[in-house]
Design a protein around this ligand. Structure first.
Ligand SMILES: Nc1ncnc2c1ncn2[C@@H]1O[C@H](COP(=O)(O)OP(=O)(O)OP(=O)(O)O)[C@@H](O)[C@H]1O
Ligand SMILES: [Mg+2]
Length: 259
């Protein structure tokens, strides 16, 4: 009888590709970026989408900036690592897996400029997806210098998701942001005001001027006059009826959560 052992291994390049493509909806990039900006305690987040001409081709350029705490060398390492979250012990943080920024690897280039503790770091990663497909982990080049402005982070992604642009119209982005990201949280309805002053500046591909979006999902007011709805919308009136009900108590499966 022979005895031997097997040590499970990870194909790092393959795993980076799998995780970067595991985000099934291209708009997931927006959710991950917003979550990270909230975890960095940002009060202003900018998401700017443009199509730019590079070497004669139209390239999707996504710029994400925030005035959060920024990153030092360790922060940047965890930004580019897979499964290395800086938030593991922070129960208030949204992120915990160290997967989110890897959605950016599905691109032709990532550059990060970030300021923390008076130092500005510029990190660039060229052709991340191409290197991974070649079986190599791409190398990030980083330069640092004395900062001339305050903490924050700017991320530029070129050629995300093979330049597929169909999801990045202004209205689709805004809808996704208000329904599926922290920016559209319903916490204000529960009297939580922690993030009331967070604003997001958004510009989709089909718009020239950015729009400022304030924090929290918006709800229409209660429909007071029922008959008016029928006059205006006829048989569609029930679609426009809106009323807020407040129920108090605990959930059967979570009786320990009070409030
Ligand atoms: N905008 C940002 N400002 C400051 N630090 C950031 C920013 N974006 C990412 N980071 C750093 O990069 C790390 C990795 O980010 P990533 O989104 O991959 O993982 P995570 O947020 O920790 O967890 P999750 O996978 O659940 O999102 C974060 O833990 C954080 O330290
Ligand atoms: Mg994250």
């Amino acid at each position: 009888m022979n005895e031997f052992t097997i040590t499970p291994k990870v194909d790092a390049a393959r795993e980076f590709i799998e995780i970067s493509k595991d985000f099934s909806n291209p708009l997931d990039l927006v959710r991950e970026a917003i979550s990270n900006a909230f975890d960095a305690n940002a009060t202003e987040i900018k998401l700017i989408f443009n199509a730019v001409k590079l070497y004669g081709e139209n390239v999707l350029k996504i710029e994400i900036s925030d005035n959060g705490v920024g990153m030092n060398q360790n922060g940047l390492q965890s930004f580019f690592d897979l499964g290395n979250s800086m938030n593991r012990d922070n129960s208030a943080a949204i992120g915990e897996k160290g997967h989110g920024t890897k959605v950016y690897f599905n691109s032709a280039g990532i550059s990060v400029t970030t300021v923390k503790d008076g130092i500005e770091y510029t990190a660039t990663l060229d052709q991340p997806l191409k290197s991974l497909h070649d079986g190599t982990i791409p190398i990030v080049k980083v330069f640092s210098k004395k900062a001339t402005y305050g903490n924050g982070t700017k991320i530029v992604i070129l050629g995300y998701n093979n330049n597929r642009c169909d999801q990045f119209s202004h209205s689709m982005l805004k809808d996704h942001i208000m329904w599926f990201t922290k920016m559209g949280s319903i916490e204000k309805e529960f009297g939580i005001s922690t993030h009331n002053d967070v604003k997001l500046i958004l510009k989709g591909l089909d718009r020239d001027d950015p729009e400022e979006i304030t924090f929290g999902h918006y709800f229409p007011g209660d429909s007071k006059n029922f008959n008016k709805l029928f006059d205006e919308y006829f048989t569609d009136a029930p679609h426009y009826y809106c009323k807020k009900y407040i129920k108090k108590g605990t959930l059967p499966n979570f009786p320990f959560i009070v409030n």
